[in-house]
Design a protein around this ligand. Structure first.
Ligand code: NAD
Length: 296
């Protein structure tokens, strides 16, 4: 079993780290927010007092942080790479800009550390169940080193290509997710405003050609799915501001490659309006409130 440092214990990182503890790994955890550490230590992880202390002697370092600035800030500006023992493997599971990922991976390599970008899909439900999809960028050899650990947290592991490719694929996926969630919300609000029961309409769509991840697992309408964030006041889950970040990454990638993403840009504007209206910390499925703000 490997000794693993796990940094970033938010909605995703905490359940992912918990699965590594359950699998018998020695896990040392760290988060800026002290309360985030409690559940992990109860389960058998060891708490570190800083990121530097967490990585001391670790064979594998995993990060699950919000955005590029957190990942670059930690590994480069605070020089966490300089504290990791030579030969260790770094796995960054955060969704960040491909260029930021490549920059950190190059700096890691210069210090004798292999690094993969391994952003995930599957939501908090997938993180808890250990069924995440990992989308990996880096060398095949580094992916094979990471695989046994990733398999304890997920069930699908894809090699997207070289360093940064995992991020590119993840950004494409999340742009589609943002569009689908907005579209699903729009369709449900249209049905409800024309007299349909949202549960009945959702059941119909889930078995018809409009079905998608939102209608199957993550319905945005409150009360339709007991375990979805919509039925828990949109708490936890995947924040509006994180979706907005990902749609911004899609827009940046489109600018660089001169790709056209009209629907992605529209979705980015919708989530931006929603966030600026005060909903940035809610789950992204709360975008339905833009369409159904007068809902009882
Ligand atoms: P979150 O905001 O819930 O958690 C992030 C955690 O990182 C927080 O606990 C924060 O305190 C910690 N943190 C920030 N800077 C730190 C530092 N320097 N040192 C230690 N800890 C630090 O975010 P999340 O929902 O867990 O998402 C994490 C990443 O996963 C994001 O990039 C997101 O886009 C991606 N993602 C999220 C979901 C989801 O459903 N929530 C799904 C797939 C991918």
């Amino acid at each position: 079993m490997s000794s693993i440092a796990f940094i970033g214990l938010g909605n995703m990182g905490a359940p992912m780290a918990l699965n590594l503890v359950k699998a018998g790994h020695q896990v040392v955890v760290y988060d800026l927010v002290a309360e985030a550490v409690g559940k992990l230590t109860e389960a058998g992880a060891r708490a570190a007092s800083s990121a530097d202390a967490a990585v001391e002697g670790a064979e594998i370092v995993i990060t699950m942080l919000p955005a590029s600035k957190h990942v670059e800030g930690l590994y480069l500006e605070r020089d966490l790479l300089g504290k990791i023992k030579t030969g260790a493997l770094v796995i960054d599971c955060s969704t960040i800009a491909p260029d930021a990922s490549r920059k950190v991976a190059a700096a890691a390599l210069a210090r004798g550390l292999e690094m993969v970008d391994a952003p995930v899909s599957g939501g908090t439900g997938g993180a808890v169940a250990g069924t995440l999809t990992f989308i990996v960028g880096g060398t095949s050899a580094a992916l094979e080193r990471a695989r046994p650990v990733l398999e304890k947290m997920g069930k699908n592991i894809f090699h997207a290509g070289e360093s940064g490719a995992g991020q590119v694929a993840k950004i494409c996926n999340n742009m589609l997710l943002g569009i689908l969630m907005a579209g699903t919300s729009e369709a449900l609000a249209l049905g409800v405003s024309n007299g349909l029961d949202p549960k009945v309409l959702s059941d119909i769509i889930a078995k018809s050609s409009g079905r998608n991840w939102a209608t199957e697992l993550y319905n945005p309408w409150p009360g339709v799915m007991e375990h979805a964030p919509a039925s828990k006041g949109y708490a936890g889950g995947f924040g509006v501001d994180l979706m907005l970040k990902d749609l911004g990454l899609a827009a940046e990638s489109a600018l660089v490659s001169r790709a056209s993403i009209p629907l992605g840009e529209l979705a980015r504007n919708l989530y931006s309006l929603h966030s600026n209206g005060g909903s940035g910390k809610l789950d992204f499925s709360s975008i339905v409130n833009l369409y159904a703000s007068d809902r009882e």
